[in-house]
Write a protein that binds this ligand. Structure first.
Ligand SMILES: [Zn+2]
Length: 85
């Protein structure tokens, strides 16, 4: 129990962060949810869009993304109308 206040402070910080992200998303509607860099949390750029090899018939795409902040690259499944999976 000794470290409980620390945990509460940590949770409060996370809630404040989430609220901040939410208002940022509202202020910048062009930043799609699901584009956050898993390393640094920045919004990643879509480098290329490919049809999904299994689910391309449903309009599913694969987006190659790169983080402008830390250079992390990843691929994400993208479904039009539903966003990233
Ligand atoms: Zn990053």
């Amino acid at each position: 129990m000794a470290n409980l206040p620390k945990r509460v402070a940590e949770l409060e910080r996370q809630v404040a962060e989430l609220n901040g992200k939410r208002s940022m998303a509202a202020a910048k509607p062009t930043v799609a949810p699901g584009r956050e860099c898993p390393i640094c949390g920045s919004s990643m750029k879509v480098l290329s869009e490919l049809p999904h090899p299994q689910f391309g018939f449903g309009g599913m795409k694969i987006h190659e993304m790169e983080c402008p902040e830390c250079g992390h690259k990843t691929f994400r499944d993208f479904q039009p109308g539903k966003g990233y999976r």
